[in-house]
Design a protein around this ligand. Structure first.
Ligand code: PMV
Length: 329
């Protein structure tokens, strides 16, 4: 048996616009998915998952998504998670030149599913790493990122950028623009995350933005403006003394533009305003939107306290930048 883990991420700036070639800056956070893989004596695949922000589920299937049992989240999400694992295992089998291999896969994760923190990317990255190591092959984080992106691209039917998977494989803060992914230096930031307990459908949200972009010049303009915010944000992050106030202001602006593009939601907006009113330097949704998480910057305890008493916020936690990407456990 081997085990690997990989981090989730928050977007400081740039989600959605990154799909159209604008840059984005995601940062890996110290919330991980851990995947254990054991080769089986037959060619089937058995997946067990715990803590995917649900009570636990077990499925058995060979080469496809099968019925799930004992689950507490929308089965759509669980099926999606299994789809990612299945595809990740296919890639590992090709990398390990083991077309007839079978595996027991066990997943534990402290990243809520489908909530904008890159849960699927972390699971895919950790699965490819663990399964290839179980087959006796060493694959570099860059190569894992490449394969993990191919998995997301296929499962999400083309609605995926390289941001989540690259960030999860390499850790730290990264800059993603089209096929170009580069680690960037960034300071420790006082990250607070609010989670509404829900999730958004990335494919549908990306499709909604695409429709607006194709139908209205202002939407295309908003996407370009998000790119400008990211470029400004990168400059700030590269400075010796990083101004939280200025970073926060850019995050606020970024959230406004995401709202204009229709990807925020009531609970996300309420949490964003709770954070801002509590004195956060800035706050925005992270990831695809619709529901899920917001990210705020606040070194004091005020934002956490405010979110804790906000009915729309189911849980609130701090996160730190995780400099480590995928790793053996
Ligand atoms: O919510 P997540 O973690 O799946 O992030 C989606 C980010 C998008 O920019 C909307 C899509 C993508 O693949 O970059």
């Amino acid at each position: 048996m081997v085990a690997s883990s990989a981090p989730g991420k928050v977007y400081l700036f740039g989600e959605h616009a990154v799909v159209y070639g604008e840059p984005a800056v995601p940062c890996a956070i110290d919330k991980r998915a851990t995947v254990e893989v054991t080769e089986r004596s037959d060619d089937s695949l058995r997946v067990e998952a715990r803590d995917l922000s649900l009570d636990g589920f077990t499925v058995e299937f060979a080469g496809g998504v099968a019925g799930v049992s004992d689950i507490e989240v929308e089965s759509e999400l669980v099926e999606a998670a299994i789809g990612y694992v299945d595809e990740a295992i296919q890639h590992a089998m090709r990398l390990g030149d083991a077309p007839d291999a079978g595996f027991d896969v066990s997943i534990a994760s402290d990243i809520p599913l489908g909530a904008g923190l890159g849960s699927s990317a972390a699971v895919v990255v950790a699965t490819i790493d663990a399964a290839t190591r179980e087959l006796g092959v060493e694959v570099s984080p860059d190569e894992i990122a490449e394969h993990a992106f191919a998995v997301e691209y296929s499962v999400q039917e083309g609605q995926a950028s390289r941001a989540d998977t690259f960030c999860s494989a390499t850790g730290g803060s990264v800059r993603v623009e089209g096929d170009d992914c580069t680690p960037i230096a960034s300071p420790e930031l006082p990250i607070v995350i609010g989670y509404d307990g829900g999730s958004g459908n990335t494919g549908e949200l990306v499709a909604g933005v695409r429709e607006l972009k194709e139908g209205y010049e202002f939407a295309d303009g908003a996407i370009g403006l998000i790119g400008d915010i990211v470029r400004e944000g990168e400059t700030l992050l590269g400075q010796e003394e990083v101004s939280l106030e200025s970073l926060g202001q850019l995050m606020d602006f970024n959230h406004g533009l995401l709202s204009a593009l229709g990807v925020s939601g009531r609970s996300l907006d309420v949490m964003v305003w709770a954070a801002r009113n509590a004195g956060a330097a800035g706050a925005k949704l992270t990831g695809a939107g619709g529901g899920g998480c917001i990210v705020a910057l606040d070194a004091s305890a005020e934002t956490e306290q405010a979110l804790r008493i906000t009915p729309e916020c189911e849980s609130v936690f701090r996160a730190e930048l995780d400099h480590e990407g995928v790793r053996a456990e």
